[in-house]
Design a protein around this ligand. Structure first.
Ligand SMILES: Cc1cc2nc3c(=O)[nH]c(=O)nc-3n(C[C@H](O)[C@H](O)[C@H](O)COP(=O)(O)O)c2cc1C
Length: 88
């Protein structure tokens, strides 16, 4: 069976996305999935407002929906997940 790789990343300001793009170049044939939330969920000009919003979402359990449909995960043998550190 063909081995498939998925690179799934969330990126608020683009750093993680750039790394994912570089990793994808090293793994020809790997699929990329952009974990994303609807526009307006976070203020992309204010990391402190974003941090407050995210903490509130965690505290209340009211998590934002995903903007992109999740790919069929069964087809992958390896899934690389990347994200920025928030409140680490
Ligand atoms: C809401 C928020 C919270 C963050 N909290 C931390 C943190 O606790 N520790 C840290 O080292 N960086 C923190 N950062 C910085 C990001 O992890 C860092 O800038 C990362 O490279 C951003 O990746 P991105 O461009 O893919 O979003 C935070 C950034 C944001 C927006």
């Amino acid at each position: 069976m063909e081995k498939k790789i998925l690179i799934a990343t969330y990126s608020w300001s683009g750093h993680t996305k750039r790394l994912a793009d570089q990793i994808a170049k090293l793994l020809p044939g790997a699929d990329q999935y952009q974990i994303a939330v609807p526009a307006g969920t976070y203020d992309l000009t204010d990391m402190y407002a974003t941090s407050d919003r995210a903490k509130n979402q965690l505290a209340t359990g009211e998590l934002p929906p995903l903007a992109n449909p999740i790919p069929e995960l069964d087809q992958y043998n390896l899934i690389l997940v990347g994200s920025p550190v928030w409140s680490g």
